[in-house]
Design a protein around this ligand. Structure first.
Ligand code: GUN
Ligand code: FE
Length: 423
């Protein structure tokens, strides 16, 4: 079946501070699962077909831990407001259009095609409140070949009439969504998606927590992104000591199932401690944090304190679905953090950025995002000869440069997901 050997210049990060580079190496894949990477082709694999990418970079597929499918249509527009105004003026207006399935069909065709052609092999995706449009999105993502977790969004307060549910309908439609999609696809699964605390009542959050517990369904949401948002949550939920505690009280903070929270720019010490205790994943979204002026998340601290961190494009807060771009932005923002905010917080290294974009986020899906034994084989192949250079470079240097120079746009020549070649 999906058993073969990949030959090429192999690069991956099994640990956040360790990049492994094997020039002219091999990865043996059996039934879509990695046996091991090798420097020489082992005798036992000599009967397998070889996919020969000699001289090309072979890296794990990128994992986008946070992306809004319906916002893809207006990416690159409207980076001129802070979060709460930006939501009102751009995001909510666009998302209301997805009650119309013919609009959703057009927009989600474009989105799924873009994701298929990107360097991402896995993504954690927000839809809209509309169940049918979100199921249509899942059909398209399944056809694209990538692995995804997709959420029908929940919103039952502080939202425009065109994008607001009752608590009861939000819950019922989510139940129905889970029922219809949990076993429908191979690579596409549902995830619970309360938008954020300002748009979800306590009762709705509690009921979603119950659904998560009953069905072992993962959870995604937003957390401590913007100071105005945090002040509003304090007003709305005076009995909680901090923002994350509101999710926690509802069982939506890693207490029942895998949970990913986007942003965490302004998380307090208590919130950070609870995220660590509960194993909550943080989706760091550097482009979005710049574009809607949210701030700079303390990623050095999160990594050094052992929290789980991956990268998100956060389209359309972020302008690009490229995780290569997100890696560069994460490294650049960490340099500004070090210079402007805290000189003890060392800038992120390239291996750390690559780790977050691959194994860091991949762990949310299980054994994904690395070329280690028993991992699912998700990979991209980059032809960096599109970026000529006169000097000799090591494989590790070529990988670093390919990321900084955006070679996912100019040189992505193959992509494998769970051992299946989709580009
Ligand atoms: N918080 C609640 N909704 C959103 C959204 O759509 N984008 C971002 N960046 N933050 C949010
Ligand atoms: Fe977001």
């Amino acid at each position: 079946m999906n058993s073969f050997v990949i030959k090429g210049d192999i690069v991956f990060c099994p640990y956040k501070r360790q990049l492994v580079a094997i020039e002219d190496g091999y990865v043996v894949v059996r039934d879509g699962i990695i046996e091991l990477p090798y420097t020489e082709l082992p005798e036992t694999a000599k009967d397998l077909p070889v996919h020969d990418y000699t001289g090309k970079l072979v890296m794990p597929g990128m994992v986008d831990l946070h992306i809004h499918a319906p916002q893809y249509a207006y990416r690159g527009l409207g980076a001129d407001m802070e979060l709460l105004d930006w939501l009102k003026h751009y995001a909510f207006k666009e998302e209301a259009k997805y009650s119309d399935l013919s609009y959703a069909e057009k927009a989600y065709t474009i989105f799924a095609d873009a994701l298929r052609k990107s360097a991402s092999t896995r993504a954690v995706v927000f839809g809209t409140i509309h169940r049918e449009a979100t199921e249509l999105l899942m059909d398209k993502l399944e056809k694209s070949g990538i692995v995804s977790l997709v959420g029908k969004v929940n919103m039952d307060r502080n939202s425009p009439d065109t994008l607001c549910e009752t608590t009861e309908s939000s819950f019922r439609e989510t139940e129905r969504f889970l029922h219809k999609t949990a076993d429908r696809y191979k690579n596409t699964k549902p995830i619970l998606t309360p938008r954020f605390v300002p748009s979800c009542t306590d009762e709705l959050l509690l009921r979603l927590g119950w659904l998560s517990e009953q069905n072992d369904i993962p959870v995604q949401s937003h957390l401590s992104e913007n100071p105005g948002e945090i002040a509003w949550v304090r007003e709305l939920c005076p009995d909680s000591r901090f923002y994350g505690e509101v999710y926690d009280k509802a069982g939506l903070f890693g207490n029942n199932a895998n949970t990913v929270m986007a942003h965490c720019v302004w998380s307090s010490d208590e919130e950070i401690a609870l995220m660590k205790e509960r194993g909550v994943y943080i989706a760091h979204c550097p482009a979005s944090n710049m574009n809607v002026s949210s701030g700079i998340a303390p990623i050095r601290r999160y990594l050094d304190e052992g929290l789980r961190v991956g990268l998100g494009s956060d389209i359309a807060g972020g302008q690009s679905e490229s995780l290569f771009t997100a890696m560069v932005e994460a490294m650049q923002l960490s340099r500004l953090y070090w210079r402007h905010i805290d000189p003890t917080k060392k800038p992120l290294s390239f291996p750390e950025a690559l780790y977050m974009a691959t194994k860091g986020g991949g762990a949310f899906f299980g054994k994904a995002g690395s070329f280690e034994r028993d991992y699912e084989f998700d990979a991209i192949v980059i032809d960096d000869s599109t970026l000529p250079h006169p000097q000799s470079l090591t494989v590790a240097q070529r990988a670093e440069r390919a990321v900084w120079l955006g070679a996912d746009k100019t040189g992505l020549i193959a992509k494998y997901v769970r051992g299946t070649k989709i580009i």
